[in-house]
Design a protein around this ligand. Structure first.
Ligand code: ATP
Ligand code: MG
Length: 627
């Protein structure tokens, strides 16, 4: 299971899923991080994904092998030059006349240079291809996830925090990207290096090789000990990084509220505890992992000394040349690194698998109910909407709507009223088919909405929702979202109708003002007006207004009312409002309570009835005021 279960998201959001949470902010990768629950299955899938790059991967392998072989050959050949040089010098000392064979040495140096150049070039090409492959896979993952998000039922997002989804698109895909890039080429080069170097070493001197190999386990043991210790702190560091991130996100996301409740002291105190633990685990893990290299170098150096002594002795006995000793020492030096890399590769694979598993898991989630085989397309939407014994619950055991039946005739203005939590917004969500009904049906012009393509169905509506949604772009584009093809003039016309034009013009950049991410640089009411302008621009067949003007002052509301009445003229509209003044002129008012329609009728009829509606109404207006 994930070691990050207890991080910001899963702690904070309402529906934590065990073992899934990962902070929206990336944490560094610690060795031996998380483990995939199904390592084999995930790897098989990943390899399937890689299958598309078979040829490139084979090429990478060949190039990586060549590059490594060239690099391995280097020291041995260069050793010949040293030997020649040594022989030449010795010859001169002995008073010989042969001198140093500089042409030979020169040639060798040129050859070695060529080999090293080739090796670098190959490793460059290899890295280039491999980065391409892993970036491509990351790209495909992101694309698949993005497409998948659009096919997911909204139910999924009720139970999964945004952070988790976000984390899949960013962290996990990133991890797959980097680790794939690293591990695939590393495993090839490391393996080839180990084998190649061993062969070279044995070919030089088996005695020296055995001695070098004896020292190897010693350094491995020490490294393992250090890794084990540091891993504990790495894990702690990662956990607390999650806590710190989560805390900052929580506190500064709700900065104002936190201040309003005088929560600074408590917040700072909590932050300090997290931060202290993070500090101590971070320095311990860093210190320990920093310790690894010096320790390994020390043991390695002991090895050199031993190998050099043995080499010297062998050279004196004439069984080995000086150049070979030099080459050998170089081989010993290049031997430890690939071994540690190989040891680490299982960790990297675990990380890849863990990240890839989360990505695959998401891609395998159940999708929205498939579209019908033969969707209906309406030439013209007349606007008859009928709810027939609709039953629905977000959780199928807990019905929110029990038995809802109503008919909206074409062009009618239907109001849905009722107390908070009655199920008004839920009805709208069902109408737009964000959720499917559990029983009963919803008909538009006599056709079950499940017989339309979702996009066609949603295309018939424009809606202004309770939660305004604006995005990080200019005001102009935010309004244009209602109808992509609209000209600037159309946008401004719609804004005028929504009575937001005047406000926009007072802004420094007018329609070109960039809204920030949370659109917090405009007021709540202004946001609503902008979304109303968007709906006006969309000019739909059917209109849904859910508390569209709840944050707008009464005077402005009255003014928009006219625009909205004009907009609603001739098209079926659903209006949800708590302020009953806005819906008095509705053709039909559905009064909801606890998931059922308790009363229906026009405003006058309902007042006459003197029931639930009139109770709500008179709680807002003095009884004597007649309409
Ligand atoms: N995504 C959801 N998952 C689970 N339950 C939900 C979800 N959305 C709403 N509910 C529940 O369904 C019931 C009806 O909610 P709904 O949003 O339809 O109320 P409403 O009539 O629009 O209320 P309000 O006037 O406050 O907007 C409530 O009890 C609510 O807790
Ligand atoms: Mg609502």
């Amino acid at each position: 299971m994930s070691n990050q279960t207890k991080n910001s998201n899963s702690e904070r959001k309402t529906f934590p899923r065990p073992g899934r949470g990962r902070g929206p902010m990336g944490h560094g990768m610690a060795p031996g991080g998380e483990k995939a629950t199904d390592f084999k299955g995930t790897m098989t899938k990943l390899i399937e994904y890689l299958g598309a790059y078979k040829r490139s991967i084979v090429m990478v392998m060949i190039i990586a092998i060549s590059s490594t072989v060239f690099a391995i050959a280097g020291p041995k050949i260069l050793g010949n030059a040293t030997t020649k040089l040594f022989e030449g010098v010795m010859d001169q000392i002995r008073g010989g006349t042969d001198g140093i064979d500089f042409t030979y040495i020169g040639n060798i140096i040129l050859i070695t240079l060529g080999l090293y150049l080739l090796s670098s070039l190959f490793s460059y090409i290899q890295g280039w291809i491999m980065s391409g492959i892993s970036a491509d896979i990351a790209y495909k993952f992101r694309r698949d996830i993005a497409n998948k998000i659009n096919r997911m039922p909204l139910k999924y997002f009720d139970g999964t925090s945004q952070g988790e989804v976000l984390s899949r698109i960013t962290n996990d895909v990133d991890t797959v990207n980097t680790t794939l890039n690293q591990s695939l080429s590393q495993i090839i080069t490391s393996a080839v290096t180990v084998v190649g170097v061993l062969i070279m070493m044995f070919s030089i001197s088996w005695q020296m090789t055995l001695l070098a190999l004896l020292i190897m386990p010693l350094s491995m043991v020490v490294v393992m000990l250090v890794i084990k210790q540091s891993q504990k702190y790495f894990k702690q560091q990662q956990d607390y990084l999650g806590h710190v991130n989560g805390h900052v996100e929580e506190m500064y996301g709700g900065h104002m509220v936190m201040k309003a409740f005088n929560g600074e002291e408590e917040s700072v105190r909590k932050f300090n505890t997290f931060n202290d633990t993070l500090y101590s685990s971070a320095w311990k893990s860093q210190f320990l992992s920093g310790l690894m290299m010096p320790v390994m170098r020390f043991i390695g150096n002991l090895g050199y000394v031993a190998v050099s002594i043995l080499g010297g002795w062998l050279a004196i006995r004439g069984t080995i040349t000086v150049g070979d000793i030099q080459a050998f020492i170089q081989y010993v030096r290049s031997f430890t690194q690939p071994i540690t890399q190989l040891a680490n590769i299982s960790n990297i694979f675990q990380q890849t698998a863990a990240a890839a598993e989360r990505v695959f898991e998401f891609l395998d989630e159940d999708e929205e109910v498939a579209e019908t085989e033969n969707p209906i397309t309406l030439e013209k939407v007349i606007g008859q909407v009928e709810f027939k014994n609709v039953r629905f619950g977000y959780d199928s055991n807990e019905p929110v709507i029990n038995d809802f039946s109503a008919v909206a005739k074409p062009g009618q203005k239907i109001a849905i009223v009722g107390p908070t939590g009655a199920g008004k917004t839920t009805m709208v969500k069902l109408l737009m088919r964000f959720y499917d009904v559990d029983a009963g049906e919803i008909l538009i012009d006599g056709h079950d909405i499940r017989n339309f393509k979702r996009s066609d169905l949603r295309g018939m509506f424009a809606m202004v929702l309770q939660d305004t949604w604006l995005y990080n772009d200019t005001i102009m584009e935010n309004i244009r979202y209602g109808r992509g093809s609209a000209t600037d003039e159309d946008v401004i016309k719609a804004a005028k109708a929504a009575h937001v034009d005047h406000f926009v013009r007072t802004l420094p950049d007018g329609y070109n003002l960039e809204l920030n991410e949370e659109a917090s640089n405009v007021s709540q009411g202004q946001k609503q007006l902008l979304t109303i302008a968007r709906a006006i621009l969309a000019d739909p067949d059917l209109l849904i207004l859910d508390e569209a003007t709840s944050s707008v002052d009464t005077r402005t509301e009255l003014m928009i009312q006219k625009a909205m009445d004009a907009l609603m003229q001739g098209r079926t509209s659903f209006i949800i409002a708590h302020r009953l003044s806005t819906i008095r002129n509705a053709d039909l008012i559905l009064v909801m309570n606890e998931g059922d329609i308790v009363e229906t009728g026009s405003h006058e009829e309902l007042l006459e009835l003197d029931g639930f509606y009139s109770e709500i109404y008179y709680s807002q207006f003095e009884k004597p005021i007649e309409v």
